[in-house]
Design a protein. Structure first.
Ligand code: DC
Length: 231
């Protein structure tokens, strides 16, 4: 076993299984997994619950003014084998993945002050290495020197079908059409925003998992990881 604890940056499109993949890698390596999308979702939820998003319209100035009142932290949940996210001490893990939050999160994450606050937190959390961080700008902005960068993607309809299954299994009342629409519009918003748009870092390796099982993805990962560790 080697003792080198690196930073693994995973970026890519919405709903392509980044978190599942990142969580599996972290468990395998004994690393910390940080889901940065959950942080943008938590800020969105807080804004929604505190009147800064009305009828889907995000009041950027109010969101910005609220940031000082938002304290985010992660606490490990042994049952889930991953960390749960808390806002001001309240567990919000179960409330941040609704379609309402998904529909506003791109707008909230395009606000400069939001990104500034969350990027600084992410850099602090990952500074010692031994982390797998997933998001949109990890390999480009948060950790441009990460030793291993992976850019994940999958066909948009395959992604919508996966998310649809997840949400309906939880009992959410959604249609495949609305999920597909959300996936495509978030891709567009994430890739075209002015600050830190989603893009592949020049030194990232692409993983298209449209037709790959989690096991196949792990085999692929092991090869990439060995290549980096063995230099
Ligand atoms: O990974 P996710 O779908 O839970 O992310 C939710 C949203 O947060 C996504 O639409 C874009 C934004 N996001 C971001 O802008 N930067 C990140 N590092 C992570 C997520």
């Amino acid at each position: 076993m080697d003792n080198k604890r690196i930073i693994i940056a995973i970026d890519g499109h919405s709903s392509c299984g980044k978190s599942t993949f990142a969580k599996a890698i972290a468990a395998r390596l004994g690393y910390i997994f940080i889901d940065t999308g959950a942080m943008y979702r938590a800020v969105t939820l807080y804004a929604q619950e505190n009147g800064a998003i009305l009828n889907g319209i995000v009041d950027e100035e109010r969101v910005e003014a609220m940031l000082k009142d938002i304290e985010i932290d992660f606490r490990f949940n042994a049952q889930r084998g991953a960390s749960d996210i808390y806002v001001n001490g309240d567990l919000v893990e179960g409330k941040i993945r609704t379609i309402e939050v998904s529909n506003s999160v791109s707008a909230v994450s395009s606000i400069g002050a939001v990104r500034q606050m969350l990027v600084a937190m992410q850099q602090q959390m990952g500074r010692k290495g031994g982390v797998v961080m997933d998001g949109r700008d990890i390999g480009t902005v948060v950790f441009p020197n990460a030793e291993l960068k992976i850019y994940m993607t999958a066909d948009a309809m395959v992604r919508a079908e996966r998310r649809y299954k997840e949400l309906t299994a939880k009992g959410d009342n959604v249609t495949l059409d609305e999920i597909y629409e959300n996936v495509v519009s978030r891709d567009k918003a994430d890739m075209s925003r002015a600050i830190s748009p989603l893009r592949k870092a020049d030194d990232a390796i692409v993983l298209d998992n449209s037709y790959m099982s989690v096991e196949e993805q792990m085999t692929w990962f092991d090869e990439q990881y060995q290549r980096v560790i063995n230099g």
